[in-house]
Ligand binder design. Sequence first.
Ligand SMILES: Nc1nc2c(ncn2[C@@H]2O[C@H](COP(=O)(O)OP(=O)(O)OP(=O)(O)O)[C@@H](O)[C@H]2O)c(=O)[nH]1
Ligand SMILES: [Mg+2]
Length: 175
Amino acid sequence: MKFVLLGDMNVGKTCFGFMQHLRQFPGEYIPTIFEQYNINTVRNGVPLDIIIMDAASLDDYYFYPRDYRNTDVFIIFYAINNRTSFENLNKWINEAKQYNSSIPFIIVGTKEDLRSDSIQIITINEADEFSKQNGAVCHILCSALLNFNVNLVVNTAINIVNGEHQDFKQFTKCF
Ligand SMILES: Nc1nc2c(ncn2[C@@H]2O[C@H](COP(=O)(O)OP(=O)(O)OP(=O)(O)O)[C@@H](O)[C@H]2O)c(=O)[nH]1
Ligand SMILES: [Mg+2]
């Protein structure tokens, strides 16, 4: 299966990928140009290879050839303390839809650990509503720093590909 991470710079895509891949939160911020994380897991007793693609979100690299071939699910990120990144979700949804409008996508709010001390916070209701209106399959909140819901995002994406029932869990809404 192949999942592609999209979203503004600095929202935490690479930290998310690292937590999946190496179970480790990166010590310093390094803007990404192109990374691919390969994860080998087992699902219902069957080995499953997952590729997570993490591409640059800097506008300068906008024309860097992103490899969307065979994408199963787009995972589109915003940071809960960064309103611009939330407003730019439209841009990333369009990017995914322009490639292929039938590929499902989920919206993920990162840095959930900062909810209590941020002023510009995007509320859960607001983001749930936006995700529902814009055709996301689910909206999930996570924190790579605390390793909270990171696995849930990937498991949800796997479930979507397998057409399995989505559960309503804390900080997760599926539509
Ligand atoms: N508090 C908090 N900070 C985070 C979290 N995830 C990432 N960060 C911080 O956010 C910054 C950006 O993280 P990255 O994962 O590099 O962001 P990115 O989306 O890959 O950025 P680009 O590669 O430039 O597109 C770093 O300073 C991280 O330490 C999180 O869950 N909580
Ligand atoms: Mg990155």
